[in-house]
Design a protein around this ligand. Structure first.
Ligand code: PEP
Length: 252
């Protein structure tokens, strides 16, 4: 069974006290309308320990926004998956387009990060998607196929079932542009077909595929109503409890 998931990616926003207030706001606003949806927040590294404590006992789960692939060692400024796991975090975003664009993240490092996360018992939220020029030249299917082949398909069926995929067209991230519900469904269905061809239908049908890219309270319902869309990875609209809660409620 595919899980319904709404995950907020806070990026480099919210200091500790602001982040804890946001978690309180989300917790206190969760009602029966949000039941059945896995709710995830992804604060900056420095707030993760307190975020886990603040979320404990509630429906809110915590994710890191990145990780390093090595266990430990001389990697100044980096944080390993073992460290993230040790403080009670359950998820880690891997391969976000901003990491690919600004921090030279590539298929080789993404593959290692996914392996490291799985080895430590973290759930990777693996992001892929095409840039504007690739969409405009009709290469979006080809691009996500290559990303899936190079970054995910080395996993066994048992391993890949533990991954959450986030399709995030780069041209829609933080731009206010959104893929239409039909464009989202078309590519989510394609990703699921790639999973089916590689791992079989049962595995493909157990993996949640989230949409990310300017998902807001006013467009979430239509996007989430599509057959192969299992939720969203939300950037800007995850920074206000009211908006984030409205997106979660869009499942009903
Ligand atoms: C994201 O960064 O994952 C994202 C989807 O951002 P936004 O919702 O702001 O487009």
């Amino acid at each position: 069974m595919r899980k319904k998931i709404v995950a907020g990616n806070w990026k480099m926003n919210k200091n500790l006290s602001e982040g804890l207030s946001l978690i309180e706001g989300i917790k206190s606003g969760l009602t029966a309308a949000h039941k059945g949806v896995d709710v995830i927040v992804s604060p900056p590294y420095v707030s993760l320990t307190e975020a886990v404590k603040a979320a404990a006992g509630s429906a809110v789960k915590v994710s890191a926004q990145n990780c390093h692939q090595e266990e430990n060692g001389a990697y100044t400024g980096e944080i390993s998956t073992g460290m993230i796991k040790a403080i009670g975090v359950e998820y880690v975003i891997i391969g976000h387009s901003e990491r690919r664009q600004y921090f030279n993240e590539n298929s080789a490092s993404i593959t290692k990060k996914i392996n490291s996360a799985l080895a430590k018992g973290l759930t990777p939220i693996y992001c892929n998607g095409e840039v504007k020029e690739e969409r405009e030249s009709g290469k979006h299917f080809e691009v996500v196929k290559r990303q899936m082949n190079d970054e995910l398909f080395h996993l066994s069926a048992e391993e890949v079932k533990k991954v959450v995929i986030a399709y995030e067209p780069v041209w829609a991230i933080g731009t206010g542009l959104t893929a239409s519900p039909e464009q989202a469904q078309e590519i989510h269905a394609y990703l699921r077909k790639l999973l089916t061809d590689k791992y079989g239908e049962a595995v493909a049908e157990s993996i949640s595929i989230l949409y990310g890219g300017s998902c807001k309270p006013d467009n979430a319902k239509e996007i989430f109503s599509k057959k192969d869309v299992d939720g969203g990875l939300i950037g800007g609209a995850a920074l206000k409890a009211e908006d984030f809660l409205a997106i979660i409620a869009a499942f009903n």
